[in-house]
Design a protein around this ligand. Structure first.
Ligand code: FES
Ligand SMILES: [Fe+2]
Length: 363
């Protein structure tokens, strides 16, 4: 993995080959549970599709294609009585599994009748205060939804931010290890003088059709001041990337634990929603929650600006390079995305070509 030759071109090919396409056979983050009350529906645009996310009377979450099969009106703009959605235009009604239950304008001898119509339903899961929607065609043997281990069932806070770029750039911003001292520069936090060489061990993940990689558990580096403030000591941390869109960070001092889940959901080919859910079990941190929200929001906003600057440069289609080892994870992302797209096309399980390796960089 440490040979320096000819790889940038190959990586660039992966990037170009995967550009403008969505991996569909995957769970995508729709919204935090706290944003959806029983008896309500909400509209989400995900992977270029209109999605209605709803919570029925009994508290169960469901998701339907939000465009009415009649003439395309957004169903989420209509009434929901906790059991059926009613289109606001001509009153066609749909059960939470997508079956049509009423077409008021039809006489009994006309076609279609309600039994002939449905709006597609998406698989949905709710876990740890997050709502996930499966955007692929598969309906059986779905992989488990991403979870943060050992941090409880509810996030202490969630943030959602619109990135004005495609999912690839948004994701690149999450796995780039070399931008901290420049993008997140701050007197309190990080500065250029804090940059030093580090080596981290990585291993591949390949479980139940989910592929990705893990930065193995290691002692947090001395310039991660955020952890020290939050957890009151230098924790051991582990970072997991699950393709195509989820990064999970887990840090523990033994006494206290922090978990962070960041998920990128394409709205369409040019815009991405980035959701960040934070979990912790430190009492003091809960009291400081408004400040933590501000700081986390600022961090994410700095990442957003950084990748939008990149997008504006890439609009000129310049030659670029991915260097070793700082850009290796971005290269893995493109490699795996290309593999996932190929596996979807061929109807097979994805392979993970990543091998265990130690990467070295300065940051
Ligand atoms: S458009 Fe929905 S009922 Fe006509
Ligand atoms: Fe960042």
């Amino acid at each position: 993995m440490n040979d320096q030759s000819a790889q940038p071109q190959e990586a660039n090919d992966d990037r170009v080959a995967a550009a403008g396409q969505f991996v569909r056979e995957a769970w995508y983050y729709a919204m935090p549970s706290s944003g959806l009350k029983a008896g309500h529906t909400i509209h989400r645009a995900m992977l270029g599709e209109a999605v209605l996310v709803g919570r029925d009377r009994a508290g169960g979450v469901f998701a339907l294609r939000d465009t009415c099969p009649h003439r395309g009106t957004l169903l989420s703009r209509g009434a929901f009585d906790g059991r059926e959605v009613e289109c606001p235009y001509h009153g066609w009604r749909f059960a939470t599994d997508g079956r049509c239950t009423a077409i008021p304008s039809q006489t009994s001898d006309q076609r279609p009748q309600p039994a002939d119509v449905r709006t597609p339903a998406y698989p949905v899961r709710e876990s740890q205060g997050n709502i996930w929607i499966y955007m692929g065609r598969r309906r059986e043997h779905l992989p488990p939804v991403p979870e943060v281990p050992g941090v409880g069932t509810r996030p202490k806070l969630t943030i959602a931010m619109l990135f004005d770029c495609d999912i690839d750039l948004a994701v690149a911003g999450l796995m780039d290890p070399a931008h901290g001292a420049f993008v997140h520069r701050s007197a309190l936090w990080r500065d250029k003088a804090s940059i030093h060489q580090k080596s981290k061990a990585f291993s591949p993940i390949s479980e139940n059709g989910t592929v990705g990689w893990r930065m193995d558990r290691h002692r947090a580096s001395s310039n991660s001041r955020a952890y020290r403030i939050l957890l009151g000591g230098a924790p051991e941390t582990e970072i997991t990337y699950l393709m195509p869109s989820v990064r999970i960070e887990h840090a523990t001092t033994g006494r206290y634990t922090y978990g962070g889940l960041t998920a990128c959901t394409p709205i369409d080919a040019t815009r991405t929603m980035v959701h960040h859910a934070m979990y912790w079990d430190v009492g003091l941190a809960t009291a400081l929650s408004p400040i933590i929200r501000l700081v986390a929001w600022r961090f994410l906003d700095q990442d957003r600006r950084a990748v939008e600057h990149m997008k504006d440069g890439l609009a000129f289609d310049p030659p670029t390079m991915l260097v070793r080892d700082a850009d290796t994870q971005v290269r893995w992302y493109y490699r795996l995305k290309r593999e996932l797209l190929a596996a979807e096309r061929d109807g097979r399980a994805p392979q993970n070509p990543i091998e265990s390796v130690t990467l070295t960089w300065r940051s």
